[in-house]
Structure formats: C-alpha cells, structure tokens
Design a protein around this ligand. Structure first.
Ligand SMILES: CC(C)(COP(=O)(O)OP(=O)(O)OC[C@H]1O[C@@H](n2cnc3c(N)ncnc32)[C@H](O)[C@@H]1OP(=O)(O)O)[C@@H](O)C(=O)NCCC(=O)NCCS
Length: 234
C-alpha cells in the first residue's frame, strides 16, 4: 500500500500525501468536527453581513438613542440575540456533521479504501498529520465518469503550506488514471478560501445554488459546484 505514497513538493517544507491508514481514524474525525465548528463560525459572520440581519440589529443599537431602552438592556438584548443565533447555527452544523460521522466517516476504510474508485488520503507536513481528502465516483450529466472530492480539510496550523494543492493534485491524478473526464468539488459561500484554492488549482465554477426551505437558506448560504476538466489524451 505504501507504494501509493505520493510525496510532492510545493515549497519548503514539502507536503506529502499518503493513503489513509487505520491509525488516522480518530484524527480524521476530530479534524472534521473541528472544521465543521470553524465553518459554523464563518457562516455566523456571513449571516451578520446580510442586510436582513444587520438592519434589525442596528435598530436595536439605536434604541438607547431614542430612549426606548437603557444602554444596559440594549447591550444585554443584543448579546442574547447574538449568542442564541451563534449557538443555533453551531447546532445546525453539528447535526449535519453527525450524519456524516455516521455515514462515510463511520467506517472510513470500508467506505473509501475497500471500494473501487473510492480513496481517502492524508496530507502530512514534516511527518505530521496536516490535512485530509476523500474522493468518490460520480456520474456526469451525460453519464460520463466523474469523481467528486469530499472532506478536503487542512488543520489551521498547517495552512498555506501547499497541503490542499498536493491533495487535490493526487485526486486529479487518481481520476485521470481511471479515465475520468472531470473532478468535482463543492464549497459554500462561507468558505471563501476554498473558492480561492480551487480556482488556483484550475477548477472552474459550474453553478451556484441555494437549497430552498433549509436552514442554509435562512443563513443565506449558497453552494458552488466547481469542476476540473481533465485534458484528454489524443
Ligand atoms: C481551503 C483549504 C483546504 C486550503 O488548504 P491549504 O493547505 O491552506 O491550501 P494551499 O496551501 O494548498 O493553497 C492553495 C491555494 O489556495 C489559495 N489560498 C490558500 N489559503 C489562502 C488564504 N488564506 N488566502 C488567500 N488564498 C489562499 C492560494 O491561491 C493557494 O495557492 P498559492 O499558495 O500558490 O497562492 C483550507 O483553508 C481549509 O481546510 N479550509 C477549511 C475547510 C474548507 O474550506 N474545505 C474546502 C472544501 S472544498
């Protein structure tokens, strides 16, 4: 299995990509939960920037000026609203995360490593676990073979070292060797760095959508689908 190690160098020190091993199990799940919470925090900030949220908050802030509420009561009201919203968002993200933890991240080996066309990799920096990524087969709009990148996540302290770049290149190589036409990835509007990263790697946006009637709609979160088209050999 070690022969599939794909050490790649993108600057100093060079990040390495290796296939997932059983001993990575708890680190993968821990990183996933940690980054779901990070995603919830950025979604919260994203929500505060929406006019339908910041306008009512500004109105509450102005209440002491028009002497409707004393400043202490206003501060407390705002604090309660913000904390309650933050907890609510975190709760919704963690509910979704629990579903994933009992789906593909429950038995990572069985889901990603023991099935043809599926794979899970770990990115390392200086020999330490630094990030992860999975890939699954997907059918394109005309039935052509595509693959989708999943759970692309890099630990905060190892970011900007080229780990995601190395992981994505490994995934593209994997898909190319299996004769796939494209690699797909998704990022939400609360993951601006992911957009930059995918675009830098040559992915292009294919569509952006919002799931109607979900809590994501309330948050104003959109999901963008990215595609990397694999050049075909003539
Ligand atoms: C998005 C993420 C995976 C990037 O990982 P990373 O290992 O730091 O990325 P890399 O170091 O390989 O950088 C690749 C490119 O992304 C862009 N990028 C990465 N971090 C950036 C930042 N903070 N600001 C601007 N651009 C950035 C750059 O274009 C970079 O290329 P360059 O260094 O040649 O300029 C990481 O930030 C992360 O885990 N975020 C949280 C989870 C997430 O958003 N997952 C993606 C779902 S698709």
């Amino acid at each position: 299995m070690r022969c599939e190690l794909a050490g790649q160098s993108f600057g100093m020190p060079s990040p390495k990509v290796r296939i997932y091993n059983d001993y990575d199990y708890f680190t993968v799940r821990k990183l996933f939960i940690y980054l779901v919470k990070e995603h919830a925090n950025t979604a919260f900030i994203h929500l505060l920037q929406k006019s339908y949220v910041c306008s009512p908050l500004l109105v509450v802030l102005l209440l002491p000026v028009v002497q409707v509420l004393p400043p202490v009561a206003t501060t407390l009201t705002l604090a309660v609203i913000l904390v309650w919203t933050w907890f609510g968002i975190r709760y919704m993200f963690l509910c979704d995360a629990r579903l994933i933890l009992s789906d593909d991240l429950l038995n990572i080996k069985a889901y990603y490593m023991n099935r043809d066309g599926y794979r899970f990799w770990v990115g390392e920096s200086e020999g330490k676990f630094a990030g992860m990524m999975g890939i699954i087969p997907l059918s394109g709009p005309d039935g052509e073979n595509h693959m989708e990148i999943r759970r692309l996540m890099v630990c905060r302290i190892h970011r900007r070292k080229g780990i995601a770049k190395a992981l994505c290149k490994t995934a593209i190589d994997f898909a190319r060797k299996r004769g796939c036409r494209a690699v797909i990835a998704q990022a939400t509007s609360a993951q601006p760095i992911a957009h930059k990263c995918l675009e830098k790697l040559g992915f292009t946006q294919t569509r952006t959508f919002q799931q109607p009637g979900t809590w994501r709609e309330f948050l104003g979160l959109t999901t963008t689908i990215y595609q990397y088209t694999i050049p075909q050999r003539r």
